[in-house]
Design a protein around this ligand. Structure first.
Ligand code: 0PR
Length: 397
């Protein structure tokens, strides 16, 4: 028996079991998992996928984009999806792929940058706030990651980035929605530097890609981050985060096809024109088709409405946090990510106490990260704040 109440399965049964029995057992075994619908998940960039996307995903499960000679229609839908995402990011001519997530997208971007630069002992300049997928990417690609400091607003320090440029620099990475605080780096300035030094600029908008394009029409301050800036070569934008798509669905978009060609592999033994520009071989066509369907179903207005709800609730949370004695925010949010700090009690104890009450938030160094996703309702935030206040009072006494 394992530490919890369910039995640990370690061998395939000799004789198969009836489906309903297995489903029953799964229901028991999976009970311990958090669910989005409970409202207790306040630490995730993922959410319950949209029901229409789930339906489409199930319907086209057998599609394999690893072999576009067999699934050429699915491959075409993938390209239409990339064009739609490209137009959301000010470049309908973008090329790219629907991939397994932000990690694969970031690896692909640095892979292309490295191959284009053709430099020995290549270096990549990232802000210290960059997602750990860049550590993975640089390790895999044998690139040295140069991490530069942040300014007072938790953005990449542009001067420090410029200073870090050497003859070995193959890419600069800017974040459009940092993992920790949802901060957007000064991408316009980075674009100018990238052009001046002729260096590849990748923008990680894994989270922000489905939020930032809507800020202006929702009355928030718009921020430049996309292909409208001429130095931006590629962008990560993940449908399985704020895009409401089923996991796995990441997106890597290149300004033009010549960039993705830097990682293109010919696969001569499969029939038809066969090449791949992704890390994975066999990969989900259902993911790409589901994203296509969801973009068509929600449209710009649908996504704007989702973003509006999340941002409104984010700001309500910020106001409430600021009213609670001993609590404050790390920085004013740009997206639906809030850093909460306390100077009266140990933040890791607050984190633990929240867990005991069933709340999942993230602990980043000295603050708690809360992400308001589409599954989060005002009632969840209300009861979260009540629990938080009780925890603070108990810890203080
Ligand atoms: N880039 C940024 C800016 C990210 O925040 C993330 C993931 C990635 C890239 C990598 O994306 P994939 O995880 O799709 O490869 N950031 C989330 C985080 O670390 C991932 C996550 C999602 C973590 C859901 C927990 C969770 O419950 O917070």
């Amino acid at each position: 028996m394992s530490s919890d109440t369910t039995h640990r399965t370690n061998r395939m049964p000799e004789k198969g079991l009836p489906q309903n029995m297995i489903i029953q057992e799964l229901e028991v075994k999976l009970q311990r998992d958090f669910t989005y619908s409970s409202g207790k998940i306040l630490c995730s960039m993922c959410t319950n996928p949209h029901s229409f996307a789930k339906q489409i995903y199930r319907r086209y499960l057998e599609k394999n984009l690893g072999d576009p000679s067999l699934f050429s229609a699915s491959a075409e839908l993938e390209q239409e999806t990339i064009s739609m995402l490209g137009s959301l990011l000010s470049n309908p001519k973008a090329s790219g792929s629907i991939v397994s997530g932000g990690t694969e997208a970031n690896i692909i971007a640095l892979w292309a940058a490295r191959n284009l630069a053709k430099k020995e002992r290549g270096e990549v300049i990232v802000p210290v706030s960059a997602h750990y997928s860049f550590d993975k990417a640089s390790d895999l690609l044998n690139l040295k990651l140069i991490k530069v400091k942040l300014n007072r607003r938790f953005q990449m320090d542009v001067k420090a980035a410029e200073k870090a440029i050497t003859s070995r620099t193959v890419a600069i990475v800017g974040l459009a929605g940092s993992t920790g605080l949802g901060v957007v780096d000064p991408i316009r300035e980075l674009s100018e530097i990238a052009l001046a030094y002729n260096i590849y600029l990748h923008v990680d908008a894994a989270f922000g890609g489905f939020v930032l394009p809507f800020l202006k029409e929702l009355g928030y301050k718009p921020l430049d981050f996309d292909f409208s800036l001429p130095g931006v070569c590629s962008i990560t934008i993940d449908p399985h985060k704020m895009g409401l798509a089923p996991i796995p669905a990441g997106g890597i978009l290149f300004r033009d096809a010549s960039m993705s060609e830097a990682i293109r592999m010919e696969v001569p033994y499969l029939s038809g024109e066969m090449n791949q520009s992704t890390l994975l071989g066999t990969r989900s066509g259902a993911s790409a088709v589901a994203v296509w369907a969801l973009l068509m179903h929600l449209g710009r207005a649908g996504y704007a409405a989702v973003v509006e709800r999340c941002l409104r609730l984010t700001w309500r949370l910020v106001e409430e946090i600021q009213r609670i004695d001993g609590l404050g925010i790390v920085t004013e949010p740009t997206l639906n990510v809030v850093g909460v700090k306390t100077d009266t009690v140990d933040v890791s104890l607050v984190f633990q106490e929240l867990r005991k009450r069933g709340w999942a938030v993230s602990l980043f160094h000295d603050y708690l990260r809360i992400i308001i996703m589409p599954h989060t309702k005002p009632s969840h935030i209300k009861s979260f704040l009540e629990d938080l206040q009780k925890i603070l009072e108990n810890l203080k006494t």
